[in-house]
Write a protein that binds this ligand. Structure first.
Ligand code: NAD
Ligand code: DAU
Length: 332
């Protein structure tokens, strides 16, 4: 049995990971989370107190971070400012949390020789043309587009440097777009689901032709556990489940699954610098570590996610109006 320190464990993917760890292992977990607008302690409701504890604190604060890293067998680092649209509006918190926060954790992992797994994104590789036959691999050069993705790229490079220069026992994973329960309504899929549930028409940026490579958050969690268990120190693993879809198709599917006409959406102002397409080749993770995703069918995963938002309005309703007011101010 191990004790994990999960940063950002009250956010979307971090809370899914904590739920996954509790039901698939004997590990105990300390969540370190600042509870920014994106964190929600209710995402950890129902988990046994003897196995999960929440510490509310900032990953840039060494006094908070250091004893928690010292007490952990491994750190799984999810905490980040994660939303591209916010990073275009106000980049500063992205530099503080994604760069300085990762640096602070790495210094503690170095001091205490604690195993470290860094959660990152496929966005560090930039984007692909719609008709490009290639997908991202671990060898693709970094070419981030937004303040968000550039700070994630910077954090990845810090991890690599701390492995090489200081011998920190770290691995990195870069995953594609996640969907599932507990995702903030600012993000594409929950925004459109909750719009439909509220009688608002879904909003597609530009022409809706941009492509994302969707993976269920639970599959992301099983991949991270696999890397913690079998990953080679210093290595990077891409995580993806062959789920490429253009945004228009995703909105049409949400409308179909909720019994609405499939053309009942609006095209709105595009995101500046909007990445065209992401696509992951996860051959290394599958062939070297033996991981496979379990959510093969996007439509049924999406239907279950719609059911979750329908059943958990109390979880998302307090944030919905503020998010829509923010988007409306930008014509989105
Ligand atoms: P999220 O915004 O839902 O959650 C982020 C969490 O981090 C929140 O609980 C927030 O309170 C916490 N946090 C933020 N700043 C903090 C700080 N300074 N100190 C402590 N806690 C802080 O994000 P998410 O979508 O769950 O993403 C989690 C991680 O996964 C991020 O590192 C992100 O880059 C990465 N990732 C996300 C996706 C995706 O599709 N969402 C895909 C690949 C990788
Ligand atoms: O690829 C992994 C990344 O996926 C993560 O690193 C990020 O943390 C995560 O936020 C996500 O980034 P995206 O920018 O791809 O996700 P978002 O949900 O913001 O948007 C998905 C797509 O949908 C993108 O092409 C923009 C578009 N979009 C988004 C919103 C909010 C719309 O068309 N309409 C919308 O209302």
């Amino acid at each position: 049995m191990s004790h994990l320190l999960v940063t950002g464990g009250a956010g979307f993917i971090g809370s899914n990971f904590v739920h996954h760890v509790l039901s698939h292992t004997d590990h105990t977990v300390t969540v370190l989370d600042k509870l920014t607008y994106a964190g929600n302690r209710a995402s950890l409701d129902g988990l046994p107190e003897e196995r999960v504890r929440l510490v509310v604190g900032d990953i840039t604060d060494t006094a908070v971070v250091d004893p928690l890293v010292a007490a952990a067998d491994a750190v799984v680092h999810y905490a980040a400012e994660s939303h591209n649209d916010n990073s275009l509006h106000d980049p500063r918190p992205f530099l503080d949390t994604n760069i300085i926060g990762t640096y602070t954790l790495l210094e503690s992992a170095r001091r205490h020789e604690t195993r470290f797994h860094h959660i990152s994104t496929d966005e560090v590789y930039g984007d692909l043309e719609l008709d490009d036959p290639d997908r991202f691999t671990e060898q693709t050069p970094y070419n981030p587009s937004s303040p968000y993705s550039s700070t994630k790229a910077g954090s990845d490079l810090l991890v690599r440097a701390w492995v090489r220069s200081f011998g920190v026992q770290a691995t990195i994973s870069n995953c594609s777009n996640n969907y599932g329960p507990y995702q903030h309504v600012e993000k594409f899929i929950p925004r459109q689901i909750t719009n439909v549930l509220r009688g608002i028409r879904p909003k597609l940026y530009g022409k809706g032709e941009n492509v994302r490579d969707w993976i269920h958050a639970d599959d992301h969690s099983s991949a991270v556990l696999t890397i913690l268990d079998k990953g080679v120190i210093g290595e990077t693993y891409l995580i993806g489940a062959d789920g490429e879809k253009d945004n228009k198709s995703v909105v049409e599917l949400i409308l179909q699954l909720t019994g609405r006409p499939t053309d009942a959406y609006d095209l709105v102002t595009d995101r500046p610098g909007h990445d065209l397409r992401y696509a992951i080749d996860s051959t290394k993770l599958r062939s070297e570590l033996g991981w496979t995703p379990t959510y093969g069918d996007f439509a049924s995963g999406l239907a279950a996610t719609i059911d979750w938002y329908r059943a958990n309005e109390a979880w998302w309703a307090p944030t919905k109006d503020g998010v829509e007011a923010f988007y409306a101010s930008k014509g989105q």
